[in-house]
Ligand binder design. Structure first.
Ligand code: ZN
Length: 429
């Protein structure tokens, strides 16, 4: 569908006026930067003149892109010079001969004009992308094989990691008109930071094959990789698209983070954001398991309430049996797994990571909270351990020596582990 540029001629005017002002200001303060700015403005002008008062053709779409690309370069140039301009304006020093005669008021006025020019250019560019230039604003975006349409502004990609030791990769493919400048930025969202990192106990231990205890610094955990050129960037990546027939491939790698990431895809450096992707990493097959429910009470971290569906079933059935055997006492169920299946805090057992491990308090069935207490009741504790196995447990760790030896005599796979002074660690099949 052909679009008339008439509708956005005002925007085009504003864009060109602001670009002209910026070029003049740069020329006044820095001859070299000013010359660059004038060249950019001249290139913009020649494209802009060809666009005026007509119906856009596919060839004009290329002009709009080129115009916006040069506009972005001009904004970048001004941004780089801005600290120097501010200094000189305040000191009343112009570089260009014409301005040596001007007073400081003029310099300060120019300094003040820059942010307004930038805003005007960005707004004009936004309107041009939205209304004009046919496919100038069009991008095709595919994330992990799923086509994302430009009308979707927020997309949640549920990445199902095959296992926690993998480094999950999200593949992003972009297509668009040849030469379209695009930029991808990513960052952990504020919500995810609050949930995952601001609590010391939830610091992640990232497991890599062969290095069970490795901890990777947070900033090393994710990267955006452009395939082919093998260039890597932290936080952002930009390129000119090779054309509709070719894909620009970008891989986003993360090492086991349940964090949510926000991705922004935009044309050029400062143009409007066309796509925002929120990505959450979920370990393969993991489901949310109730933190507390009719069958049990909850303790520990609410975030650590993920795991295999079999773990949910185990907890429901174990809870029912516990309530029945104790005349209505609900058991206390603690940490299960994290959404992305990585190790966390003091939990260095792999079953939590696999979504098959859970911590369960010996209290209230034992009436005491600690195995070291005088009123610790080994018979009740052994009954509780037996009920784990009745419902599908295959391994239990406890810090009670007598309970462990009694259970072993019963043929149950129970080990003494001194760390579990108030709870049993239970692993299911
Ligand atoms: Zn445990």
């Amino acid at each position: 569908m052909a679009t008339s540029i008439k509708a956005v001629e005002d925007s085009l005017d504003k864009l060109m006026d602001s670009a002209f002002d910026d070029a003049e200001i740069l020329l006044a303060f820095d001859y070299r930067a000013g010359n660059q700015a004038v060249k950019l403005f001249e290139a913009m002008k020649s494209e802009a003149l060809k666009l005026l008062g007509k119906t856009l053709t596919p060839a004009d779409a290329v002009r709009v892109r080129s115009l916006l690309s040069n506009g972005n370069k001009l904004i970048s140039l001004v941004d780089r010079q801005l600290p120097g301009i501010n200094r000189r304006a305040r000191a009343g020093v112009g570089i260009h001969d014409r301005l040596l005669k001007e007073d400081q008021k003029v310099l300060l006025k120019m300094e003040k004009a820059i942010p307004a020019n930038k805003k005007a250019m960005q707004e004009a560019a936004k309107e041009l992308v939205a209304a004009g230039g046919q496919d100038a604003g069009k991008l095709s975006l595919t994330v992990n094989g799923e086509q994302i349409t430009s009308s979707d502004k927020v997309i949640t990609v549920d990445y199902r990691a095959t296992s926690a030791i993998d480094e999950p990769t999200v593949e992003i493919l972009l297509r668009g008109p040849e030469g379209m400048p695009v930029r991808i930025e990513y960052g952990e969202t504020a919500e995810s930071k609050a949930n995952n990192w601001d609590k010391d106990r939830m610091n992640k231990k990232v497991i890599k094959i062969g290095t069970d205890k490795e901890e990777v610094p947070r900033e090393e955990l994710s990267e955006l990789v452009q395939e082919g050129s093998k260039s890597k960037a932290r936080g952002s990546l930009e390129a000119n698209l090779p054309g509709w027939n070719y894909e620009w491939k970008v891989a986003f790698q993360t090492r086991g983070l349940s964090a949510a990431y926000a991705f922004k895809v935009a044309i050029g450096e400062r143009s409007p954001i066309l796509f925002t992707l929120d990505m959450t990493f979920t370990a393969h097959g993991f489901e949310r398991i109730p933190y507390k429910c009719d069958q049990y009470n909850g303790y520990g971290q609410e975030e650590a309430s993920w795991g295999q569906p079999a773990l949910r079933t185990f907890l429901k059935n174990f809870g029912e049996q516990h309530i029945k055997e104790t005349n209505g006492k609900k058991p206390w169920v603690g940490n299960k797994g994290l959404q992305d299946g990585v190790k966390y805090g003091k939990h260095d057992g792999v079953s939590h990571m696999r979504g098959r491990g859970v911590d369960i308090r010996i209290w209230p069935r034992c009436t005491t909270k600690l195995i070291s207490n005088a009123d610790y009741n080994v018979e009740e504790h052994v009954k509780q351990i037996k009920s784990y196995f009745d419902n599908g447990a295959i391994y239990v760790a406890t810090s009670s020596t007598p309970a462990a030896s009694q259970c072993i005599n019963l043929g149950l796979r129970v080990e003494e582990r001194s760390k579990h002074i108030s709870h049993d660690h239970v692993t299911i099949k």
